[in-house]
Design a protein around this ligand. Structure first.
Ligand code: COA
Length: 719
C-alpha cells in the first residue's frame, strides 16, 4: 500500500506501507502508481516526497513474489512515470533503500538520506541484476567504476559514503521525511531536466575496455561459475556505450536469462533459509517465539587457544564483558596479548575505539562466580571438559549457563556431570571464531528452551548465523563431513589425485576442494579423532583385514600422510607441498603421487580414469545422503538448517544453495539412482546406501524442499 497526504499545503507525501521492510509488492506498486497520478493531477500539489513507514524507505522488490506469475504494475514504466513528473519528486531515505528501493530513489529527482540509512543494489546476491533501470541510472549518476563496484558486489553503502559518491544530495541527522518536505518546497523553483538520470549521458572514461576486462577477471576469480556478476558487468557496459533506451533493453534481456536460472533460485532460497534458522523448535513444543532469552552481560571464556581467543574477541567487540581464563601465567599473558591485538586491529578497521576495558584475564575459575554464561573452549578432550564442568558447577552461581565449544563431543554427557543439565548447551564456533559466521547451537535432550533461546539470541548479538542442532557425534556439519571426506579418499585409492578431486569440487563452485581445505585446517585434528576411535594402526594386522575397519571400507591414506609428519599448510607439506610452513600456495607433490602408486600396487588396485562427474556425485550425494539421515534422526529440524550450516561453515557455494537444495535441484530421483548405482559398486560403504527419507521422498513424487518437513517422521527428535 501507499498512503497519500497533503502536507505544508502543497507537498504530496507518499508513504510506502508494507511491513517489515516496505518491499515493492504488487499492492505497493499499485499504491505508488495511483498516488503519483493523483499528485500529478492535483493543481494544489507543487512537489512530491516519497518515504517509507516505520523508518525504512524500502527493502526492494518483494522477493516472495519472484516464485509466482508477475501481478500488478511493472516497476520500470512506473519509475519512468515518476522521473517524468513535472514537479520535484524527493526520496526521503530512512533505514534502507535497497534494490528496487534504491532504483525508486534513483528515479526521483532528489534524494535525502538519514545519517543511519544504507543504500545499495544487492540484486547480484540474489542471482539477479538491478533490472528497474539501476544498471543504467546509477552509472549516469556516479560514473562507471563506482557503479560497477556497487552493482557487481551488491554491497550496502552508508549514507555518508552515498553522499561522497553522489548517490544522495543531502544527509541529515533529523527526520529525513520532514527535511525532504522542506527541500522539495525549495526545489519547486529549480528546473528538473538535469535531475532526470535517464536523460544524462554516462561520464566518459579513457581505456573503457581495459577497465571492463580487469573487473571481469576480478569477478571471475572471486565468484567462480557465478553468472549474475558477469551479467551486471555487461549491463553497466551497455550504460557506458548505448543510449538509455537501448541500455534498458539490454538490462531486461540479461535479467531474463538470470531470472530463470537455477542460480537465482538457489540464491533466493539461501536468503530465506538464513532467516528461517532463527525460528527453531524443541520437542517440548517450545519455539523461538515463545521462549524468552535471558539478558547476558558478562561471559567467561575458558581456554585462550585459537578458538578461545576468537570467541573472546567476538564477545568484547559487541560490548559484552569477558573474563578469560587460562591455566598458566605464560599462556594467559600470550592469550592476553593476542586478544588485545586482535581487538585493536578490529576496532581500527571499523573506525571505533577498542573496548579493552571489558576484558579481564585470570588464572582462577573462582573468579567466575558471578558471570551470566560460561563458554568453555579448551582442548577437545572429554575428561578435561568433564573436570571443568564439575568445577564450574561448584563455582558459578546457580543460574549461570554453561556452554561448551566442542566440535562433536557429547554435550549431554557434559550436562550430566553438572548440577544444572537444563542450563547446558553446545556452542560450536568455527575457526577463526571472530571471522566465521556460523554457530551450531547444540541442544542436549535436557537443555531448556530458555537456555537455547538465550544462546541463539547471544549468537545473533555477536553477528553469527546461529543454527539449533541436536546432540550426536559431530552434530550436523562434522557428521556430514565424514562421508564426504571418505569418498574423496576412496577416489584416491581408485585412481584420482588430490588435485583432480579438488579441481572438480572447485569447478562445482567450492572456494577450495576438500584436500586443499584439509591442508588449511590441519590434518592432525582428524587423525587424532580417528586414533581415539581406534581406526588407525597398521593396515594389515590380525584385527583388521586390509582397508577395512569395524567391518566397513576404510582408507588409511590420510593416516599414512600424517605418519610422515605432513600436517598440512602449517608444516609446509600435506596433500600438497608449500614453499614454506604457513604458505598458502599449494603445489602438487610428486611424493604424494608416488605414495598413491605404491599404495595401489600394494593392494593390487588397477587405477582407473575417474570423471569429474563421478567425483562430484560421490562426494556430494554421500554428503546429502547423510543430511537426509540427520533429518530422519531429528538432529536438524529442516533441510534449510543443514544448507545454512554448509554455506556458512564449510564454504559450500551459495549459488548451489547448499547440499540439500543442490540435491533437490539435481532431482531426488536422480540422486537416489546414482547412490544405488555407487552402492552396488561399493557395497562395503554404508554411507552410500540411500537413506529411508530419500527413498520416501522419491516415492512421494519428490516434493519441493519446502515441503520435505511434511514427510519427515518425527518419531525421535533431539531438537
Ligand atoms: N522481499 C520480501 N521479504 C523481505 C525482503 C524483500 N525484499 N527484505 C526483507 N524481507 C523479509 C525477510 O524475509 C524477513 O521476513 P521474516 O521476518 O518473515 O523472516 C523480514 O523481511 C525482515 O528481514 P530481516 O533480513 O530479518 O531484517 P533486517 O532488519 O536484519 O534486514 C534488510 C533488513 C532489508 C536489510 C534485509 O532484509 C535485506 O537485505 N533484504 C533484501 C534486500 C534486497 O536484496 N532487495 C532486493 C530485492 S531484488
Amino acid at each position: 500500500m501507499a498512503r497519500y497526504e497533503l502536507v505544508k499545503r502543497s507537498v504530496a507525501l507518499i508513504t510506502l506501507t508494507n511491513p517489515p521492510v516496505n518491499a515493492l509488492s504488487s499492492v505497493v506498486r499499485h499504491g505508488i502508481t495511483e498516488t503519483i497520478e493523483r499528485a500529478r493531477g492535483d493543481p494544489k500539489v507543487t512537489a512530491v516526497v516519497i518515504c517509507g513507514e516505520n523508518g525504512k524507505f524500502c527493502g526492494g522488490a518483494d522477493i516472495r513474489e519472484f516464485a509466482g506469475p508477475m501481478r500488478g504494475p511493472p516497476l520500470v514504466p512506473m519509475l519512468d512515470v515518476i522521473e517524468a513528473v513535472e514537479k520535484p519528486v524527493v526520496a526521503a531515505i530512512e533505514g534502507v533503500a535497497l534494490g528496487g528501493g534504491c532504483e525508486l530513489a534513483l528515479a526521483c529527482h532528489y534524494r535525502i538520506a538519514h545519517s543511519k540509512a544504507h543504500v545499495g543494489l544487492p540484486e547480484v546476491t540474489l542471482g539477479l541484476l538491478p533490472a528497474a533501470g539501476g544498471t543504467q541510472r546509477l552509472p549516469r549518476l556516479i560514473g562507471i567504476p563506482a557503479a560497477l563496484d556497487l552493482i557487481t558486489t551488491g554491497r550496502h553503502v552508508s549514507a555518508q559514503e552515498a553522499l561522497k559518491l553522489g548517490i544522495v544530495d543531502q544527509v541529515t541527522e533529523q527526520n529525513a521525511c520532514e527535511v525532504a518536505v522542506e527541500f522539495a518546497l525549495r526545489a519547486v523553483a529549480t528546473a528538473l531536466s538535469s535531475r532526470r538520470l535517464s536523460m544524462r549521458t554516462t561520464p566518459s572514461l579513457p581505456n573503457l575496455d581495459a577497465l571492463f576486462e580487469a573487473v571481469t577477471m576480478q569477478v571471475q576469480k572471486k565468484a567462480r561459475g557465478v553468472m549474475a556478476p558477469l551479467a551486471c558487468i555487461q549491463a553497466v557496459r551497455a550504460a557506458a556505450t548505448m543510449p538509455y533506451s537501448q541500455g534498458m533493453k539490454r538490462e531486461s534481456e540479461l535479467m531474463a536469462t538470470l531470472f530463470n536460472s537455477g542460480q537465482a533460485r538457489a540464491l533466493q532460497y539461501c536468503f530465506f533459509a538464513q532467516r528461517t534458522t532463527g525460528k527453531w523448535t524443541l520437542p517440548s513444543g517450545a519455539q523461538w517465539n515463545n521462549s524468552k532469552p535471558r539478558d547476558i552481560r558478562s561471559i567467561a571464556v575458558i581456554g585462550l587457544g585459537t578458538m578461545g581467543r576468537g570467541i573472546a574477541v567476538s564477545l568484547a567487540r559487541v560490548g559484552i564483558s569477558v573474563i578469560a581464563v587460562e591455566t598458566e601465567k605464560k599462556l594467559l599473558e600470550t592469550g592476553r596479548q593476542m586478544v588485545v591485538g586482535m581487538l585493536e586491529r578490529d576496532a581500527k578497521r571499523r573506525g571505533v575505539t577498542a573496548s579493552l576495558n571489558l576484558l579481564k584475564f585470570t588464572l582462577s575459575l573462582q573468579d567466575l562466580k558471578d558471570v551470566d554464561l560460561v563458554i568453555e573452549a579448551v582442548f577437545e578432550d572429554m575428561k578435561l571438559k568433564e573436570s571443568i564442568f564439575k568445577e564450574l558447577s561448584k563455582v558459578c552461581r546457580p543460574g549461570t549457563l554453561l556452554c561448551t565449544n566442542t566440535s562433536g563431543l557429547d554435550v549431554d554427557a557434559l550436562a550430566g556431570v553438572t548440577d544444572r543439565p537444563h542450563l547446558v548447551a553446545g556452542m560450536h564456533f568455527f575457526s577463526p571464531a571472530h571471522v566465521m559466521k556460523l554457530l551450531e547451537v547444540v541442544c542436549g535432550p535436557r537443555s531448556s528452551s530458555e537456555t537455547i533461546a538465550t544462546v541463539m539470541s547471544l549468537g545473533k548479538r555477536i553477528g553469527k548465523v546461529s543454527v539449533a542442532v541436536g546432540n550426536c557425534p559431530g552434530f550436523v556439519g562434522n557428521r556430514m563431513l565424514k562421508p564426504y571426506l571418505d569418498q574423496a579418499s576412496f577416489l584416491l585409492e581408485e585412481g584420482a589425485t588430490p588435485e583432480q578431486v579438488d579441481k572438480a569440487l572447485e569447478e562445482f563452485g567450492f572456494a577450495m576442494g576438500c584436500f586443499r581445505m584439509s591442508d588449511l585446517a590441519g590434518l592432525d585434528v582428524g587423525w587424532r579423532v580417528r586414533k581415539e576411535s581406534g581406526l588407525t594402526g597398521p593396515d594389515v594386522d590380525r584385527n583388521y583385514p586390509p582397508r577395512r575397519r569395524h567391518g566397513h571400507r576404510y582408507c588409511p591414506i590420510p593416516d599414512m600422510i600424517c605418519e610422515q609428519g605432513r600436517m598440512g599448510q602449517k608444516t609446509g607439506r600435506g596433500w600438497y607441498m608449500y614453499d614454506k610452513p604457513g604458505s598458502t600456495d599449494a603445489k602438487p607433490d610428486p611424493l604424494i603421487q608416488s605414495l598413491l602408486e605404491v599404495y595401489r600396487s600394494r593392494y593390487g588396485i588397477q587405477p582407473r580414469n575417474i570423471s569429474s562427474q563421478e567425483i562430484i556425485e560421490r562426494c556430494l550425494f554421500a554428503l546429502a545422503n547423510e543430511g537426509f539421515r540427520i533429518l530422519e534422526d531429528g538432529i536438524a529440524a529442516r533441510p534449510e538448517d543443514i544448507d545454512v550450516i554448509y554455506l556458512f561453515g564449510y564454504g559450500f557455494p551459495r549459488h548451489r544453495g547448499g547440499p540439500m537444495f543442490n540435491a533437490s535441484m539435481v532431482g531426488l530421483q536422480r540422486v537416489l539412482e546414482r547412490l544405488e548405482h555407487y552402492q552396488q559398486t561399493h557395497p562395503d560403504v554404508p554411507h552410500l546406501e540411500p537413506s529411508p527419507l530419500l527413498k520416501k521422498l522419491v516415492a512421494c513424487g519428490s516434493p519441493p524442499i519446502q515441503k520435505w518437513g511434511e514427510h519427515i517422521k518425527k518419531m525421535y527428535s533431539h531438537l
